[in-house]
Ligand binder design. Sequence first.
Ligand SMILES: *Cc1c(COP(=O)(O)O)cnc(C)c1O
Length: 468
Amino acid sequence: MTKYVSTRGQSPAVDFATATLNGPAPDGGLYMPQELPHYSTSEWHDMAKLSYQDLTHRLLLPFVGDCITSERLAELIRDAYQGFPAAGAPLVQLGHQQWMLELYRGPTLAFKDYALQLLTRIFRELLSQRGEKLVLLGATSGDTGAAALAAVAHQSGLGIIMLHPHERVSPIQRRQMTTLDASNVRNLAIEGNFDACQDIVKALFADRDLRQHLPMSSVNSINWARIMAQIVYYAASALSLGAPNRPISFCVPSGNFGNVFAGYLAKTLGLPIERLVVASNANDILHRMISHNDTVLQQVVPTLSPSMDIQIASNFERLLYLLNAEDGSRTAADIQGIRDGSMTQLEPVVYARLTQTFSAGMADDAATVAEIRYIAETTGLAIDPHSAIATKIAREKATSDEYPMVALATAHSAKFPNAMQAALGNAIELPASTANIVQREEKFEVLANDTALVKDHLINEFADYAQH
Ligand SMILES: *Cc1c(COP(=O)(O)O)cnc(C)c1O
């Protein structure tokens, strides 16, 4: 059965259930499967015949091991993806060999729904096996919070509280979080910025008394189960565009590196993925690292694609671990060096391995707006700023007109009215499934930027979840 080990090599191997419920490993690293399966061409041919749900089951079962029965896993998958398009992830053609994978048709109109809808059901299942309850705690600047709250609403055994910066998230994103009618979700608006919210969350996780009292886990933490769910749409789209008989490349708008890392895993499982192109906005550490072997961190600047306004891409650690031939101590030293600035380049052999598969590009806000216009003019589609960065860089980096390049579209353009207004002169209407958030009553409390106040609030609101 698959065991999970830490990318930093200092924590004992655990099973899928522990890796999922723990979040990060005790040594601060991220969990990775000790072994990754590899599928043959004929196995991929068989998988090409499966529905999205059945393909999910086929690919995820080996990772779950016997922590969840095969039948139960199939039920969780069916339940998680019932609100999604029947095709799972629809492909749209943009030009010769240029495609776009629409990952924004789930309940909160962001690709994070694919991972979080399934993750929360897996959490519920593992908790009910153990007869335990858990409160998920997180800070959000928009998309993650909306997707996580929607996925947790009405899941028994799970509660969730999300902190967002008061008056600093877009009204649509706030309404997606605050109009959910579920007794197990809570929203706090903190009088401060996103960093203030994140600092409070970190302080609460570090509070031993609180953790003794209230079992907590994180949705911001870089959970293996989130990554594994994302492998499936790479496989489904590759198979529907001719894999395993012909190669395919993907271009992925990236922030924390979770999405594109799932693409790398799809390649490791045996799909003929030629290139993975990482698309960055002005916060371009990933682009600098991949294109120029420059790992120097810079200040985060706000852009039109806020979900990519990140400098420390946590999941890059997982790739580094694989590029370091699964050497945990080396990976720990590299991550430390990048964070404290003592390391400014990857070792030549590691960099060479990285660029065997990865390329990268950057689009600033002006280029993003121009690309939204270009796609609207050439195809009639209104794509969001994150997706636009991907379609632009996909065209620039396509290395062959023999086989497909797929840009991942990660959010619906209705979520970003300011950017769409700037690009097209008008905002985009919300799809009917979501439009009612505009009328629904909002529920959230505003609290001062004060960890002690948030702690009291948490203890009161989630008294039912306390350990006795
Ligand atoms: C989270 C997010 C991203 C970045 O994905 P990572 O897995 O963090 O690289 C890109 N676009 C949108 C719309 C997102 O919400």
